[in-house]
Ligand binder design. Structure first.
Ligand code: E4P
Length: 217
């Protein structure tokens, strides 16, 4: 499973990039607001930092305006992936932009039927939002499993990008189901390394090592 980082915080991306944990980045208007930076400037900086796709989201609601915004965002760098909402206009724009050779990410997906439409529109990625479904007491992981089955049934090449990830457990479940990608906040990716027995074991090893009086270097 590929790891995308769901943030426009360049310092956080750099830290994870140094760990080799960044296969791509996803942003959205709320994350741009949080970064308090100009969208073109910060997106360009992110694109220069990572080799993989960097999703930048259009904000227009009509297909023609989405096409204009999408093409403009794609001028930022070669690794831009144009993010479009899962609406009929978004699907129309997706079909056209994919046909023009751009990478596309159809976002705000909350049902298997929506994901089926995105695949038929040729989306490079479909972004089902796990956490926001969980917030409504609907198991978001069931949606990932449904989409996985539908895409496998018909050999759709659209990649499942599990989004709105809120916990390390979400990452594990997405990987078990077979999501192609998961995009998560930096803190969630770092939290995947945590285990109380690792901390406890390391503490015991270091105490015993100290008692040996030895040094490795
Ligand atoms: C995905 O691309 C979105 O940016 C993101 O995962 C949304 O997550 P949220 O529901 O935590 O805002």
């Amino acid at each position: 499973m590929k790891f995308f980082v769901d943030t426009a915080d360049v310092d956080a991306i750099a830290e994870l990039n140094d760990l080799g944990m960044v296969d791509g980045v996803t942003t959205n208007p709320s994350l741009i607001l949080k970064s308090d930076r100009d969208i073109v400037e910060v997106t360009k900086e992110i694109c220069d930092m990572v080799d993989g796709p960097v999703s930048a989201e259009v904000v227009a609601l009509e297909a023609d305006a989405m096409l204009t915004e999408g093409r403009k965002l794609a001028e930022i760098a070669d690794n831009i992936c144009i993010k479009l909402p899962l609406t009929l206009d978004g699907l129309k724009a997706c079909k056209i932009l994919t046909g023009e050779g751009y990478k596309t990410n159809v976002t705000l997906c909350f049902s298997a039927n929506q994901a089926l439409l995105a695949a038929k529109a040729g989306a490079t990625y479909i972004s089902p939002f796990i956490g926001r479904l969980d917030d409504l007491n609907v198991d978001g992981m069931d949606l990932i499993a449904e989409i996985r089955q539908i895409y496998d049934n018909y050999g759709f090449e659209t990649q499942i990008l599990a989004a709105s990830i809120r916990s390390a457990n979400h990452m594990k479940e997405a990987a078990l189901i077979g999501a192609d990608v998961a995009t998560a906040p930096p803190g969630v990716i770092k939290a995947m390394a945590n285990h109380v027995l690792t901390d406890k074991g390391l503490d015991a090893f270091l105490k015993d090592w100290e008692k040996t009086g030895q040094k490795i270097v």
